[in-house]
Each structure stands twice: as structure tokens, then as C-alpha cells.
Design a protein around this ligand. Structure first.
Ligand code: SF4
Ligand code: SF4
Length: 404
């Protein structure tokens, strides 16, 4: 696509990257078929092709309005449009640049700003989020149905975390909201990896990966979270104590894998960020298939592959292979490439679209009559579990429950 960026951005790193991406788009529209918001809303400006056009105009200096911002806000950043693109357009990177520019030139209404500021303040702070969640649980019986589904009932105790005993050690990305919402996931990962000969460690003071604030378009604050997390991990990484950094939430894992890019222009952190990104792995990448005992029939599972796993990290089939090896029967899932509508804070900011995508996803997941639904990301798990009709859990919890 012919592009002539405006002076304010042309000779900046972001401008050069955006121009390179924009030039690759041939406007063929193959991506529209896989875009969840286009499927729900049917407006070309809510498709990747339409949004790319809006961002091109904004970066070329054309006037932008709240309407431009709304079309970008409605994007789930699921990156489902990257997988089918024949030109290799890195839409996810372009939308980060486009959102920063549009936000600055078309400021939000005060109430919208307040809502986003509260989310950006509360969600990455583990203790504060746990406090609000506790209050929400107490008030749950009084909440309207739509809000009730957002406050899960108290989860079971996480169980024992094995003491480090193996030569092979990995560092866990503990996350910010996951320990409060589903404390059993990380402990289950530690137990399953322990049985596979790997000790899983936590770093003191490690917090949010930065994805939440970065995708709320508090990009500087998000990068601040990334630097703080690198600082917390660095002593263990530098001493070579750990062979990988493991994420049990694919939405966090995809962000850490991208630190090298996101901090590439930070002289102080770019080398550390590159090393951390190189060590980052999703849990399914480090759990050896052969370490799992081949199991007898253990029930029927519908696996919901999060966008951050299949599109963001381009990992497909690895979780399914581990579940199948352990004896679980995998139900076929229609339209498995489509987002469930969770997308970080998206389900809180755009409830009608997120609710419609959730209903479609649950219908597709239940078609194969599964005993349970498994996923690989806490955001998807929380979004899907209210009203699923069957248990929704992280896949590692299924493997943890198997007899050793
Ligand atoms: S599929 Fe790729 S090249 Fe075609 S319109 Fe979409 S982003 Fe552009
Ligand atoms: S990231 Fe997802 S919602 Fe956004 S344009 Fe691409 S496919 Fe559509």
C-alpha cells in the first residue's frame, strides 16, 4: 500500500516500523473472514483491513476523531488476522503504534478515561486486586447477573508446592490476577513439572508482565512493569540458575516473548530484555511429552486454544498432544481460531461484543459434548466459566489430577 507518513512520525522508530508494515498490506481482505469483530458487527471499519486503513490515514496526518478511536478500541488484539495474511502483515505491532497516535490526537471523555485508569491502577497490583475480588465475592449474591459472572466463587486451596530438588530449574511468571482468581494453576504446574524432573521457582518481588497496562494504551506504564519484572528476575537469570521462564497464562507469555521488541529502544534494558525473551516459554513447550504417563481413558475435553497461544505465539497442537497422551479424548471444536471475547480487559470495556463472542465460543465448545473445557490463559478461563455448564479449567490442572 502506498504510504506517506506525516512529519511528526516519519523519522521515528515507530514511524519506520509502521511504514514497513503498511507497505506490506495489499488490501486483499483475506483477514476479514477470521476477524471476530467483523463477524459480529459486519462493518469494514471493524475489520483488520478497515482498521489498517484508519491507522494509515491517522499516521499520514489526516484528522482523527472519537469514531476512529472506537474502531481501534473494538479490536480485540487477538491477532487472528495475522495467521491468514499472505503478506505477513504484523497487525498487532501496527495497532500498538496506531492506538498511541490516535489516543493522543482524539482524547477520551472523562468517564472513559476514569474507567480505564482504575483498571490500569488496580489490576496489575496483586494484593489490591485480591482485596477487590474478596469484596466482590462477599457482595456476589447482591450483584446483577451480568456482573455476577465476572466474580468467580472462591477457588480451592492451591495445594502443596514441591521444594526445589532437581538440577533442572525454571522460573515461573506468577502473574498479577491469576494468583487471586485461580491460585491452583501455578501450583499444579509446579507439581507436574516436578514429576517431570524440573523444579519451578518464583522470584521474590516479581509482578505483572506489563500486558494489562500496555494494552489499555498506558504504554509507558506497561513498559515500566516490564522493566520492574526484568529487575526482579535478573539476579536468577544472570547467575544462569534457570533454563527457562515459564508462563502458565499464554497472554502473559506472549508479552514476555515480545520484550526484546518492546524494549528494543531502551539502551539500559534492551540486552536484558532480549535475554529474558529468549528464555520465555509457554508451559506446554517445557513439559516433555514423554514425561507424561500414557493414560487410560480419562474423559472428554474441549480445548479452547487462546489467541495469545495460537496466533500470538504460533503454538498449535502442543497442549492437545499432551492431553491426548495422558488419555483425554479431545472433542472437535468448530471455529477454534476465533477469539472468545476475553482479550485482557476487553470483556470489561466492551461487554456486548465480548458477550456475543463468548456465547458463540461456548456453543462451539459444547457441540462435542465434553466433560469439561480446558484452556491455557486465565483471562479466557474467567471469561468462559460463568454459564459454561461444564467445568472450565487450565489444562495443567487436568494433568495434575492424574494419578502419578
Ligand atoms: S490479509 Fe493481510 S494483506 Fe490482505 S488486507 Fe488483510 S492485512 Fe492486508
Ligand atoms: S486483532 Fe483480532 S479483532 Fe483485531 S483486527 Fe485482527 S482479527 Fe480483528
Amino acid at each position: 500500500m502506498q504510504t506517506r507518513l506525516a512529519d511528526f512520525i516519519r523519522d521515528t522508530p515507530a514511524g519506520r516500523e509502521a511504514e514497513d508494515i503498511l507497505r506490506k498490506c495489499v488490501h486483499c481482505g483475506f483477514c476479514t473472514a477470521t476477524c471476530p469483530t467483523y463477524q459480529v458487527l459486519g462493518d469494514d471499519l471493524d475489520s483488520p483491513r478497515g482498521r489498517i486503513y484508519l491507522m494509515k490515514r491517522a499516521l499520514e496526518g489526516a484528522p482523527v476523531s472519537g469514531k476512529t478511536r472506537l474502531h481501534l478500541d473494538r479490536c480485540l488484539t487477538c491477532r487472528g488476522c495475522e495467521s491468514p495474511c499472505p503478506s505477513g502483515v504484523r497487525y498487532g505491532r501496527l495497532v500498538d503504534i496506531g492506538r498511541a497516535v490516535v489516543e493522543e490526537r482524539a482524547p477520551r471523555a472523562p468517564l472513559d478515561r476514569l474507567k480505564r485508569a482504575l483498571l490500569a491502577f488496580a489490576l496489575p497490583r496483586r494484593a489490591l486486586f485480591a482485596f477487590f475480588l474478596g469484596v466482590g465475592r462477599v457482595l456476589r449474591p447482591l450483584l446483577p447477573g451480568s456482573l455476577k459472572g465476572k466474580v468467580p466463587e472462591k477457588a480451592a486451596a492451591p495445594g502443596e508446592w514441591p521444594a526445589p530438588r532437581h538440577a533442572r530449574k525454571m522460573l515461573l511468571l506468577a502473574g498479577c490476577v491469576q494468583p487471586a482468581l485461580a491460585p491452583g494453576i501455578n501450583a499444579a504446574a509446579a507439581r507436574v513439572l516436578d514429576r517431570a524432573g524440573i523444579s519451578l521457582l518464583e522470584a521474590p518481588g516479581a509482578g505483572c508482565c506489563g500486558a494489562l497496562r500496555f494494552h489499555l494504551n498506558y504504554q509507558d506504564a506497561g513498559r515500566g512493569d516490564m522493566r520492574a519484572l526484568i529487575d526482579a528476575w535478573w539476579p536468577m537469570v544472570e547467575r544462569g540458575e534457570v533454563e527457562a521462564i515459564v508462563a502458565t497464562a499464554s497472554g502473559c507469555g506472549v508479552t514476555v516473548k515480545d520484550y526484546a521488541h518492546l524494549l528494543a529502544h531502551d539502551e539500559k534494558y534492551r540486552d536484558k530484555a532480549a535475554r529474558v525473551s529468549a528464555l520465555a516459554k509457554d508451559l506446554c513447550e517445557v513439559l516433555p511429552l514423554e514425561a507424561l504417563p500414557a493414560g487410560a481413558a480419562r474423559g472428554r475435553v474441549a480445548f479452547q486454544s487462546p489467541c495469545s497461544l495460537q496466533h500470538g505465539q504460533q503454538i498449535r497442537g502442543m497442549v492437545e498432544a499432551r492431553l491426548a497422551r495422558a488419555g483425554f479424548e479431545l472433542a472437535l471444536v468448530r471455529d477454534a481460531h476465533l477469539c472468545c471475547g476475553s482479550a485482557g480487559t476487553y470483556s470489561l470495556l466492551h461487554p456486548p461484543i465480548a458477550g456475543e463472542l463468548r456465547a458463540r465460543k461456548l456453543e462451539a465448545l459444547r457441540e462435542g459434548a465434553p466433560d469439561c473445557i480446558a484452556t491455557a490463559n486465565i483471562g479466557c478461563l474467567s471469561h468462559l466459566q460463568g454459564g459454561a455448564g461444564v467445568p472450565v479449567l487450565h489444562w495443567i490442572e487436568l494433568l495434575d489430577r492424574m494419578p502419578a
